[in-house]
Design a protein around this ligand. Structure first.
Ligand code: BGC
Length: 436
């Protein structure tokens, strides 16, 4: 165990300074300190169901932006970007495909020792059953570099994007299509698996089905509870098949999904509030985990939100909002970690956690609160594998486009110049001290 004795009462100082102290922040020696990305959001140059949809919808999204974002406190700062149709087209994204070495160097300079990324299915299998050797070679070189630089890869297989041919077949709505994903996963694990061990099969299954099949906001823009349910079950099936086949072949991989979890709690003592909070927690967390937990070696946790429930509705305090207007309660990650750990008995890797903060005024506070909460949870017995901040770079935030800035590193998309934000440099210092 490494111990750090920072000065302030609850463990980590906002300025990251070291002074004498009362409580200790401790993490295991092999703790993964890193950041996360996904191919579609950073790589650029893709052709998948999202890029097709973006071109069809960019104008509409730009026109609707005042209705969608006009109430945000920072509207005047973002409106130019949000009203521009180009904002909604991923295009070159932040050119991570060509600039990954530079990005790895930046990660190293921030003392990170791990990166989460996704392998883009539409690159590896551009046509059904046809593998692209070029793409496989690209990712081979990518992971080789990552390892050489001392960055432990955490690899996602499905992060919301699908090859167009697969989407045209009905995507995950059809159970018989799951075999295509399993075939892709096996190909990737066989060809590239010697460079990594941490594998996330499916990123945020509930977010994907809610946005794509219930709210109809993301491709294929359906509003069907039946389709939503079917896709969710098929994603659980996909995960289980990939894992059981790999385990059957005696693999060394460590598998999980990336589970979006919120801390849902009753705002008062009324039985309805308490009952609703429990019910929502079960429905949002345990329902899906129940299908896959036995097929997980750890739990990948994506934490962004808490929901305070009065009666049967969420009424959040909204004391501190991020650029997207999301209520921020970072410290509550502790309760999510403790609940998941005691319920499923698995180690936990925080696979995403962060905020949209273009001015970088809140990121340091958010991370400080989070590190304190992580440390407290480990004292309470949670086996924490690592912390991967979302995101390494500013990137393409799906139907909101490029204006939300989640990066530790800002990117000027005209020049593609990367600049670590002050909070990133501060975090680098904290990791440096914690890893001594
Ligand atoms: C997703 C990311 C997304 C982030 C911020 C997660 O839901 O996995 O792709 O950019 O949250 O919204």
């Amino acid at each position: 165990m490494i111990m750090w004795h920072p000065g302030c009462q609850r463990g980590v100082c906002y300025d990251g300074s070291m002074t004498a102290n009362r409580s200790q922040v401790k993490f295991p020696k092999k703790f993964l300190w890193g950041a996360a990305t996904s191919a579609h959001q950073v790589e650029g140059g893709l052709h998948n169901q999202w890029t097709v949809w973006e071109l069809e919808n960019a104008k509409r999204l730009a026109i609707q932006s005042p209705y969608r974002f006009g109430k945000l406190g920072n509207w005047s700062a973002i409106s130019r970007e949000a009203k521009n149709p180009n904002n909604y087209v991923s295009g070159r994204a932040v050119d991570h495909f060509n600039r990954y070495e530079q990005d790895f160097e930046i990660a190293k300079s921030l003392n990170l020792n791990s990166l989460r990324c996704s392998i883009e299915w539409s690159r590896i299998e551009p046509k059904e059953g046809e593998w692209s050797q070029e793409a496989i070679d690209h990712y081979r070189a990518y992971f080789k570099k990552m390892k050489e630089m001392g960055l432990e890869p955490v690899v996602t297989l499905f992060h919301f994007t699908l090859p167009v041919w697969f989407a045209d077949m009905g995507g995950f709505e059809k159970t018989q299509n799951v075999r295509c994903f399993v075939r892709f996963a096996e190909k990737v694990l066989n060809e590239l698996g010697d460079s990594f061990k941490w594998v996330i099969t499916v990123n945020e299954p509930e977010v994907y089905v809610t946005e794509s099949y219930r709210h109809g906001e993301w491709p294929p823009q359906k509003n069907s509870r039946v389709a939503e349910f079917r896709v969710l079950l098929n994603l659980a099936l996909a995960h289980r098949l990939v894992v059981s086949r790999a385990r059957g072949a005696g693999s060394k991989f460590k598998f999980s999904i990336a589970k979006n979890s919120s801390y849902i709690y009753a705002g008062d003592d009324a039985w309805l509030s308490r009952f609703s909070a429990k019910l929502f927690t079960w429905r949002r967390d345990d329902w899906f985990l129940w299908f896959v937990a036995k097929h997980c070696d750890f739990i990948g946790l994506n934490y962004y939100f808490s929901d305070r429930i009065y009666g049967y509705r969420a009424h959040n305090p909204n004391y501190q909002l991020n650029d997207l207007g999301w209520d921020m309660q970072p410290a509550n990650i502790q309760f999510v970690l403790e609940r998941l750990s005691s319920r499923y008995g698995l180690p936990i890797l925080i696979t995403e956690n962060g905020l949209a903060d273009g001015t970088d005024e809140q990121r340091q506070w958010w991370i400080t609160e989070t590190i304190r909460a992580m440390s407290a949870s480990t004292r309470d017995g949670v086996k924490l594998i690592g912390y991967l901040h979302w995101s390494l770079l500013d990137n393409f935030e799906w139907d909101k486009g490029f204006w939300p800035k989640f990066g530790l590193v800002s990117v000027n998309r005209s020049t593609m110049q990367r600049t670590p934000r002050p909070s990133a440099k501060w975090l680098g210092g904290v990791i440096g001290r914690l890893s001594k």
